[in-house]
Design a protein around this ligand. Structure first.
Ligand code: BTN
Length: 149
């Protein structure tokens, strides 16, 4: 028992230090995805509610692309372990469409933050008969852009 005490102490300290050094994924900042779209998340409040802007690189319309606002929410449960799940909506200012994203903020094996997302893009259609073709689905992977300070 006497010999076990220092061993347990070292183990406890090692596990504690590991827990402290694990990098957390933060949503705040500038991101680029695999399509070349840029997203900025400006604020994440204490409840996990966030806002920002989205500059898409592509559009399903013929309209001129404009930077559009996004609003979202990050899970704040204690089980998230620094890699939180989240969802956000982009309300496109240059089209009649709306996109919802859902995803998780990961720290990869190289310590880089990455957002793995899935999205649904809902376009407006003229009548209910065209509803079947109104929703596109896809995935996007976002990586962090350097902050502009
Ligand atoms: C529209 O075309 O009506 C609005 C722009 C939609 C852009 C989509 S949203 C999902 C995908 N990911 C992007 O970064 N851009 C496209």
């Amino acid at each position: 028992m006497v010999q076990a005490t220092p061993f347990l102490l070292v183990l406890f300290l090692a596990l504690g230090a590991h827990g402290l050094s694990v990098k957390k994924c933060s949503l705040t900042g500038r991101w680029v995805n695999d399509l070349g779209s840029n997203m900025t998340i400006t604020t994440v409040n204490a409840n996990g509610v966030f806002a920002g802007s989205y500059h898409t690189a592509v559009t399903a319309t013929t309209n001129e692309i404009k930077v559009s606002p996004l609003q979202g929410c990050m899970q704040k449960s204690p089980n998230q372990k620094g890699q939180p799940t989240f969802g956000f909506t982009v309300n496109w200012t240059f089209s009649d469409s709306i996109t919802v994203f859902t995803g998780q903020c990961f720290v990869d094996d190289d310590g880089k933050e990455v957002l793995k997302t899935m999205w649904l893009l809902r376009s407006r259609v003229e009548n209910i008969k065209n509803d079947w073709k109104a929703t596109r689905v896809g995935t996007n992977v976002f990586t962090r852009l350097p902050s502009q300070e």
